[in-house]
Design a protein around this ligand. Structure first.
Ligand code: GLN
Length: 349
């Protein structure tokens, strides 16, 4: 039954207030907590060289009903970077189906950094689509008669997840990414020599760096997360953006491989499917419950946003969002459905 408008407005006020308190609490970053920052063309640099990016911070939550709550720099644009890998993997699944994609890229966490040049030699494929090697392969799998058409299809997908038709590539970011792409280039050529990739390496590399250079706001990212959380139906536009059968695959890979080489710790502490990028964005999809996005460029040793990790830890802990939380911990479930009493179970015959 839909909530009456007064109740809904009251609930919205309450969420906004909590969100602002959370924002204020996490704004404070103690000395030494940020390991590095990343900027296209400049690559990584130490916190002592950071300027206004030190204070950049945004949080956005999107509910399955389509309401979006924001705090801080929610309208500042930043490059999706590795977060784009989630949506391009989804597109590859859509274009080829699960079995074909699985032949070309695995679903095994590598435990290595995202730019590692190590492959699953036994299966002759990159470990998973969230490391650069795997992402280069999924980018190559996207259908299209030429690179322009492939890029348009990737942009079309990203826009549909965000419900924002103006999302686009930042071509300056792309040019800078291209200047410092030797490691990705080497990875792609090595994969081609091993038969893991075919075709024009420079074109695949450019397309991959274009998808990384797509600019979004934290608000866009929250709606993208909510779309994933909502079985890939955008809660704002009501459009289905991916066949239901592939949603589970995308969320599973995010859950096990989305947070670089901290994915295991993340699954343990936060326990929700998520993906981070070097710009300082984190997208977290809590199935059936909400999409959450944080943007703050200060990164930890794994390359994850320091404030982003802390915000997600706090929200997951407070609301009991961890996938293995007990029903008693789940604050959102308590709001909606009364917990079903356990059935008295007799021992199996
Ligand atoms: N463009 C970056 C790269 O491929 C993206 C990396 C990231 O966000 N981890 O190296």
């Amino acid at each position: 039954m839909p909530e009456p408008p007064v109740e809904r407005a009251r609930a919205a006020d309450r969420i906004n207030q909590r969100l602002n308190e959370l924002y204020e609490r996490q704004l404070l970053l103690e000395e030494g907590s940020v390991a590095r920052y990343y900027a296209p063309g400049r690559e990584y640099y130490g916190p002592e060289l950071a300027g206004e990016e030190r204070d950049r911070f945004a949080i956005a939550l999107a509910a399955p009903e389509g309401d979006v709550y924001t705090a801080g720099d929610w309208d500042v644009g930043f490059a999706l970077q590795s977060i784009s890998k989630v949506f391009v993997y989804a597109l590859a699944l859509h274009d080829h189906g699960r079995d074909h994609v699985l032949e070309h890229v695995g679903v095994e966490p590598s435990g290595d950094a995202f730019n590692s040049i190590v492959f699953d030699e036994r299966n002759r494929r990159p470990f998973n689509p969230m490391v650069n090697a795997g992402a280069l392969v999924t980018t190559d799998l996207v259908h299209g008669k030429d690179p322009e058409e492939k890029l348009e299809r990737i942009l079309g997908a990203l826009r549909a997840y965000a419900g924002n038709p103006s999302i686009d590539v930042d071509w300056d970011v792309f040019e800078h990414e291209l200047e410092t792409a030797d490691r990705n280039r080497a990875t792609a050529y090595l994969m081609r020599s091993n038969g893991m990739l075919s075709g024009d390496v420079e074109a695949i590399l450019a397309l991959y760096l274009q998808q990384c250079s797509v600019t979004v706001t934290c608000r866009d990212l929250a709606v993208m997360a909510a779309t994933l959380a909502n079985g890939c139906v955008n809660p704002v536009t009501a459009d289905r953006v991916l066949p239901r059968e592939y949603v589970r695959d995308v969320l599973s890979v995010m859950h096990t491989c989305g947070m670089y080489d901290a994915a295991g710790q993340w699954a343990f502490d936060v326990g929700v499917p998520a993906k981070s990028g070097v710009s300082g964005g984190i997208l977290a999809a809590i199935p059936g419950k909400m999409g959450m996005a944080v943007f703050s460029p200060g990164l930890d040793h794994h390359g994850n946003s320091v404030r982003g990790v802390r915000v997600c830890e706090e929200v997951s802990g407070r609301l009991g969002l961890h996938v293995f939380a007990t029903e008693g911990e789940d604050a959102m479930l308590a709001d909606r459905t009364p917990a079903r009493p356990p059935r008295v179970q007799s021992a199996p015959a």
